[in-house]
Ligand binder design. Sequence first.
Ligand code: PFF
Length: 547
Amino acid sequence: MDSSGPEKREHWGSKLGFILAAAGSAVGLGNIWKFPYITYENGGGAFVLLYLVCILCVGFPIMIAEFVLGKVSEKDAVGTFGVFRPDKKIFKFIGIIGVFTGFIILSYYSVVAGWTLEYTLKSLTCNEFIVEKVDYNSPELKKAIFNKHGVYDAAAKADILKNAGFTDDKTEENWKAFLDSNDTAHAAARLSIFDEVIQKAKTDLGEQKFEESALMISRQQKASEVFTNHLAKGTPMLLWHAVFMLLTGLIVFGGISGGIEKASRILMPLLFLLLGGLMIYSLTLSGGTEAIKFLFNADFAKLNRHSILEALGHAFFTLSLGMGAMITYGSYLKKEDGVVSSAITVSILDTLIALMACLTLYPILFTFNTEVSGGAGLLFITLPALLANTIGGSIILSIFFVLVAFAALSSTISLLEVVVTYTDDEFGWKRHTSTIVNSFVIFLVGVPSALCFGGNKFFTELTLLSKGDTKLNWFDSFDYLASNWLLPIGGLLIALFIGWMIKDQAKTNQIKEELGSGFYPVWNFLIKFVAPICVAVVIANKIGLIE
Ligand code: PFF
């Protein structure tokens, strides 16, 4: 089926174009949404250092491996393994896992990317997010104030549960059940302790501070309501997903230099400028200094064993490694364009943008003294809640969502390109056919991801996988499968393949020549031992083989 054919392979127009495209693939939701949030959770500076070590010792050598596999073979993510080991077709399976992973990731990544488009429009007016007056009678508000200010020790909790007639058994679960329950039998008891805490908070904080705090909570609740309603609307969710797949498809349709490179040359500098501008604005806020200290002061006491695993896992996702995206992009390199300098630049740009995203978000959070909420909440709830109600906030918010959309788009084109290059190279399809067919099929596979948050009853109730005791819907199952399993496994296999499985001396010499005789031994050590051992430890830990 292989159709290398007489057709000449397309190339990037310039090395800079290639670097911008590869950096575009790396920079995405992982940098602007996930990195700030996991860094915050892991205590700041020390985690950043740890993450840098992972990028340097694992991410960087694997990125070079992917570039070099692509460049030398001039083949897609599957075909490349056939070029290096024509005698053992089984190795092509590593590439097949990669293409499958790209397919899966794109189907749900495009859904989230679509949200950023809708949120850009919402931010232009910000109407929906604005809360000027607090409704102190709202039970949700009372509960939220209680959660923030009501600190009880175990004995006090037990007394409350008993006096309310809820239970004599004072476990933490019962305490949560008491607070969360909507039963009418204990509603009065619950509201009365909420009121008691509110009175106490008023006295402790002073009237003005208390009101500010209540206003902030109301705004977060409002933004959270807007987000829930947004997720539950089936048709707009599908529409934005379709729009994003269409934009992605249009760019890939234009080919390597005429589509992807051209788009990256516009998207990446704009993204950098917009983020730089926002970062400077953020750093002038009162929380700016605290944000800088938080990000660059290394307090190792805040790290734990999980931090290491988290840093390593994220290094993969953020650099787009483990699924052949960089093999695919590398396969369009010209002979004279070096891979090592490109990998250095891409890794630095990716890290820089992740740090800039932190320096944009943290000052805002510290200025308003707000806890960072995890997951989608940081971008789609906390930020609108904080910014929409400030002067000029709507402009800042709109720019922010535009830049997240840019970052996502430069990543989705690389995901689609993996699949398109595969069907082109392996089955001889024309780029235009590949792009249309693959975009459409990926859109269809993403439909349940768009509808599983309330948009459609069947998909909302459907669960595929489970993580511990939690059953995961379609979207979460795909995300969990891809980022927790498929990418690290793919990365491990790629490292083992290039480190141990290439027997052809001519090919090894080609790799040596690409990397230079001084750097080759260093890289060889990292790729043979350091990277596979680190990734294997992460996987073993996930399976529960090691604690
Ligand atoms: N690197 C992207 C991010 O940080 O958002 C995600 C990604 C893109 C992963 C492309 C894998 C990929 F092939």
